[in-house]
Design a protein. Structure first.
Length: 268
């Protein structure tokens, strides 16, 4: 059983949902990322989604776009992100790490070379925004051969046949984008999300995580009533942006926000 599957199995037995925070590797500096990852776990994270900096992050709103820009100023590349995960694994062997990014860096490294390096470092999953299943004939087998879960996005506009196609290719969990838009945008309609998740679950037994637009403990708690996982990104990254000269303060604010979300989810 993979680390991701193990986490969801344990949480299911406990009647709890996964909390999945997102941060961009290298933001605001490469030295900040490793202590931040450990702080996320201390605050209740079950799985960490670690962003790979990219120059054209099409699915991300301005907050995470600027995080990528800050990381790229330090020349943080895919191999650096893999190295960070390797360091994280020296003291944490249990928390799954999912890399979130875009096709170009993987194509440059090569799918097989990436899968080998990522697996050796302790990466558990990869969410690549711009590789749909139709273009994953080489990507998906390369990941699964190394025990890495390929995680795909579903949208409010995904129809039944599309949901079936995507969930058939995915493993670990599927990520439902709760909004029509980029990360950090718009207002959530909880009832619409509830209805869509019911449709998705008719097509797959995989856990369904929900992200985009989850900003506070109240929203996280409400989402936990029907989602298997709650993904939060922009709300955390904005704390980094607000405290660029004081990483300790940024980490403290992130820990407080995440702990509040964890408490609200457990209460739900």
């Amino acid at each position: 059983m993979s680390r991701i599957a193990g986490v969801f199995a344990t949480l299911r037995e406990q009647g709890r949902q996964a909390l999945i925070p997102f941060v961009t590797a290298g933001d605001p500096t490469p030295a900040t990322t490793l202590p931040l990852m450990h702080a996320l776990v201390e605050s209740g994270a079950d799985i960490i989604e670690l962003g790979v900096p990219f120059s054209d992050p099409m699915a991300d709103g301005p907050v995470i776009q600027r995080a990528s820009e800050r990381a790229l100023e330090h020349h943080v590349a895919l191999h650096d992100v893999i190295d960070i995960v390797r360091e994280f694994r020296r003291t944490n062997q249990s928390t799954p790490v999912v890399l979130m990014g875009y096709l170009n860096p993987l194509e440059v490294m090569g799918y097989e070379a990436f899968a080998e390096a990522a697996s050796e470092a302790g990466v558990d999953g990869v969410l690549t925004v711009d590789i749909p299943p139709e273009e994953g004939e080489r990507f998906v087998p390369a990941m699964k051969a190394r025990g890495i879960d390929p995680i795909f996005l579903l949208a409010p506009t995904s129809h039944r046949a599309r949901i079936e196609r995507i969930t058939a290719a995915a493993s670990g969990f599927v990520y439902y984008v709760s909004l029509k838009g980029v990360t950090g945008a718009g207002n959530l309609s909880l009832e619409s999300v509830r209805e869509k998740l019911a449709e998705i679950r008719e097509c797959t037994d995989l856990p369904v995580g929900v992200g985009f637009g989850i900003k506070d403990a109240e929203t996280a708690g409400a989402m936990a009533e029907f989602a298997d996982a709650v993904v939060v990104g922009s709300a955390l990254v904005s704390r980094i942006e607000e405290n660029l000269e004081d990483s300790d303060k940024a980490i403290g604010e992130i820990k407080a926000l995440l702990a509040g979300m964890r408490a609200a989810m457990d209460a739900a």
